[in-house]
Design a protein around this ligand. Structure first.
Ligand SMILES: C[S@@+](CC[C@H](N)C(=O)[O-])C[C@H]1O[C@@H](n2cnc3c(N)ncnc32)[C@H](O)[C@@H]1O
Length: 387
């Protein structure tokens, strides 16, 4: 659904049918930048901006499903005000995360402003009910290799107490046809050897491990006992099986961690991944001018950003709401990801930008943004409503 009109009465009307049914809400309101864009003005007194936002944010909890979440994007102009307003609307204990989204490099005219160069937006994440919230864990590709994983486990298929270890470098060098690590490094050059070594490790991740000191005070008694015993029997690998967790494996008082738990395969290539943090530096805001085939001043958000938000917070078939729909980025991404969407926009650009954009998506004519990686080839449909 695309809805033309002010989002306050529109959300109140939607609440009659959609109360408790929306899994994820993304809001990208005017940031109060004191600028006038081609499509809308963005200059209010700070108190007037708060008075505009407060009743709109107050509509969100009732619309959300019990396990749902709301994400609001903002820059630092009204960040403090927005946190206070969202705390009022959701309760401060339902504040889940404040994500810093790096949107540009420190180059260009921004660098001449006073103070540190401003390159960030923020995403405030709130749960309708923190205890019932369902967010799926996300990972991101890690740059380079994690050199702490430097040990080769020869026989992972054998019982733990028979496990044998060797330096990863030596095993990789031999696999590459050299007698030793120094010989491989001399022949290939240090940098190329490191590249070959990390490729070898990623392709044999079930054999590659690191040792890490457990946080003794943070683990359970059974694990503490195993760590104590492992210190007394330092050359034997010991294992504690745990019903809903990974095995707790120790040697010499240290945990044995597997590279295979940090590898995912994308397009046939094993890649090192790490848990997503609350600092997002890997989503480019550059080069999105043509995304969706619409030009929308400087306010259009990258499809990849919405893809991450919706991957975290929703599943296929779920309803997703964007009350400040703009050029329709959230709706286009939701549709490509198999979610059902409601976008509300009061500007005429709902008809000149969002509707044609979504129509191209439905007809399978939009090859931009996340289309390729979602494999979306068109289909489905949407209705346009007036509030
Ligand atoms: C920052 S833009 C959103 C851009 C969008 N995320 C995108 O990627 O295209 C904010 C939008 O909110 C719209 N807007 C502002 N006040 C509104 C209101 N009360 N009801 C509905 N839309 C509103 C503006 O017209 C503008 O299109």
């Amino acid at each position: 659904m695309l809805v033309h009109g002010d989002n306050l009465p529109a959300m109140k009307a939607l609440a009659r049918t959609f109360a408790g049914k929306i899994r994820a809400i993304y809001l990208d309101p005017p940031f109060n930048t004191q600028r006038r864009f081609a499509e809308y003005a963005d200059a209010r007194e700070s108190a007037a901006w708060a008075a505009f936002m407060r009743p709109r944010l107050a509509c969100l909890p009732a619309l959300l499903a019990d396990d749902g979440a709301a994400f609001v994007e903002i820059d630092d102009t009204e960040l403090a005000t927005l946190i206070a307003l969202m705390d009022d609307a959701f309760g401060a204990n339902n504040r889940v995360s404040t994500i810093t989204v790096v949107r540009s490099a420190s180059t260009g005219h921004k660098a001449i402003n006073k103070g540190p160069v401003n390159v960030a937006d923020y995403l405030l994440v709130y749960a309708k009910d923190r205890a019932r919230l369902r967010l799926s864990r996300q990972t991101r590709a890690r740059e380079g290799y994690d050199w702490a994983y430097a040990t080769w486990l020869e026989n992972p298929g054998d019982p733990h107490d028979a496990w044998r270890y060797a330096p990863l470098g030596r095993v990789a060098a031999r696999a590459l046809g050299f007698a030793s690590t120094p010989a491989a490094s001399r022949a290939l050059g240090a940098e190329r050897f490191r590249g070959e070594l990390s490729r070898f490790a990623l392709s044999n991740a079930a054999h590659v491990v690191r040792f890490a000191q457990p946080r003794y005070e943070a683990i359970g008694v059974a694990m503490q006992r195993l760590v104590d015993r492992s210190k007394r029997e330092p050359t034997t690998t010991l294992c504690l099986r745990r019903p809903s967790h990974k095995d707790f494996v120790v040697r010499g008082g240290n945990r044995v961690l597997f590279l295979r738990d940090k590898v995912s395969v994308a397009a046939g290539e094993p890649r090192l991944v790490e848990p997503l943090t609350n600092v997002w530096t890997d989503i480019s805001f550059q080069g999105i001018a043509r995304e969706g085939g619409v030009v929308f001043s400087r306010n259009k958000k990258p499809e990849r950003l919405l893809q991450r938000v919706l991957s975290m917070s929703s599943d296929p078939e779920d309803w997703v709401l964007d009350p400040f729909a703009g050029s329709g980025t959230t709706c286009a991404v939701a549709h490509k990801m198999g979610r059902r969407f409601i976008g509300i926009e009061e500007g005429e650009h709902l008809f000149t930008l969002a509707v044609p954009r979504l129509a191209r998506v439905v007809r399978g004519e939009d090859a931009t943004g996340i289309t390729r990686e979602t494999g979306f080839g068109g289909g489905g449909g949407f209705g346009v409503f007036r509030s």
